[in-house]
Design a binder for this molecule. Sequence first.
Ligand code: PHE
Length: 337
Amino acid sequence: LLNEALKKVELAEDERSLQEVRVSYLGKKGPITEVLRGMGKLSAEERPVIGQLANEVRDQIKASIDLKEKELEDIHISKQLEEEKLDVTMPGRPIMQGSRHPLQSVVEEVEDAFIGLGFNVEEGPEVESDYYNFEALNLPKDHPARDMQDSFYFTEELLLRTQTSPVQARTMERHQGKGPVKIVCPGKVFRRDNDDATHSHQFMQIEGLYVDHNVRMSDLRGVLDAFVKRFFGEDREIRLRPSFFPFTEPSVEVDVSCGICKGTGCRVCKQTGWIEVLGAGMVHPRVLEMSGFDPNQYSGFAFGMGVERLAMLKYAIDDIRHFYTNDVRFLSQFKRV
Ligand code: PHE
């Protein structure tokens, strides 16, 4: 019996078959238990001899099972170690690193410049009502200046905003006639245009608005001059040319002196020495009034600029479509920007 049991222990290949051996030899229904249970029927001389023998056999089987169990466990562990081995000398996999989109960098740079001048950043919806996109900005339904911004309409009253100026009206309304309002609003705008090197049906603008008591045109000039010097360089100048926007009066077009030819004339500035960068003006009294501000107490200036245009000038990019085609050869050039 002992030899048979030891043989089976030897042959057990895993914990489960070992457990079976344990149960069949040492369990309640096993042969040893049976012998010990039958002890009462034995004579007084036989009893100690048989008892001792049975105990010895049981202890030996138990010991060999325990030993085998330990062995199996060791095998299991070393197998696991073998399989899960790490080769710490293996070279790592390269991690592809993205880069900031140049438009995002420009937006943040412009925001930072104006935050430094005391402006807050505001945002508004891209799907806008005809009221905020046009009417509240002094462009009633039949106004011819609406043709300047061909629009994508969903319904008669809803469209993709053609400019960030509606955020002006929304923010002034929220202030309920109390200044100061001093904000910049970056965001996407949409116009029906055929895409080419300088036109895109979707682009970005940053709007600025400052409404308070006694805000004057010279304040506008000072703020924009400070911005241009910070964004393009200390040596840059601005000049204002009369222009027209329905929501500002007077309105101006703002040019920056050309940083390439320094005014002597080159291709970038079309030989004029000046580059047009943004539109601006004094907020029209009608616009103040419609958004809840008393034009007799408050005045303000507003400006709007194209983010792509700023980026193209700053990084010498010749085609607006580069910003939207996501060619990694283009994008990866802005890793450190
Ligand atoms: N919203 C104007 C445009 O898109 C720009 C602008 C903004 C002009 C604010 C003046 C004041 O053309």
